[in-house]
Design a protein around this ligand. Structure first.
Ligand code: SIN
Ligand code: FE2
Length: 217
């Protein structure tokens, strides 16, 4: 199937309670505006390679953050939120207004997100099945925005071994995990190279931004 055919022949799957998928929530202009903001953020807070706790194995995804807190991962101290970039030592760039507005519109939460984790998937990158559990405010949703190439998303249950469903995420899609699905396992099996474009400063692939509330307001 061609990339274009895939985009238009892609039924919205039946999703469990607490999962909301907004196809093309951001139109092309909005995606381009957001990508400009991402370029500026990455200029000041370059993508870094996170590493697994203990083994030190590198993620295939590279990351940065926007907002007062950023998610980081390294061999010595594991997964956590930090107010500064692990390599530059500088505070993360402020969260763009667009992202704060998107959260205000969709999250239904009485406080703004503190972390916007930016993942860059080059062709071949993926993200294993995991849960987002490093936040104290588990009553807040995870709001996830896709840009650039499409990707195969896998959604599981509350335990690692439970069955999973898979569907594609495309540029402009917004996916929300909340309430009974806030702690569902999820991951990215692969991206589809050539299905979308990113600014040349970023390079080929896919950008995903997840907005998270970390502390209880
Ligand atoms: C993540 O779970 O951190 C990323 C999900 C995605 O890339 O869509
Ligand atoms: Fe996640």
């Amino acid at each position: 199937m061609s990339a274009r055919a895939r985009l238009f022949d892609d039924p919205v799957p039946e999703l469990p309670a607490g999962v909301r998928l907004y196809r093309r929530c951001l139109n092309e202009q909005e995606q381009a505006a957001l990508l400009e903001e991402v370029v500026e953020i990455l200029r000041r807070a370059p993508l870094f390679t996170p590493r697994m706790p203990r083994t030190g194995r590198a993620f295939s995804v590279r990351m940065s953050n926007t907002g007062p807190l950023g998610w980081v991962a390294d061999r010595e101290k594991g997964y956590r939120y930090e107010p500064a970039h692990p390599e530059t030592g500088r505070p993360w760039p402020a969260m763009p207004k667009m992202l704060l507005e998107l959260w205000a519109e969709l999250a239904g939460y009485p406080a703004p997100p503190e972390a916007g984790l930016i993942n860059h998937y080059a062709p071949g990158a993926k993200m294993g099945l995991h849960i987002d559990i490093d936040e104290e405010a588990l009553d807040a949703p995870i709001v996830s925005i896709s840009l650039g190439c499409s990707a195969r998303f896998r959604l599981g249950g509350l335990k690692r071994r439970e069955p999973t469903i898979s569907f594609d995420l495309h540029a402009g899609d917004v996916l929300i995990l909340e309430g009974p699905s806030r702690l569902r396992y999820h991951g990215i099996d692969r991206i589809y190279p050539g299905t979308g474009s990113l600014p040349s400063e970023i390079g080929e692939g896919r950008i995903n931004i997840t907005l998270r509330r970390v502390a209880h307001p």
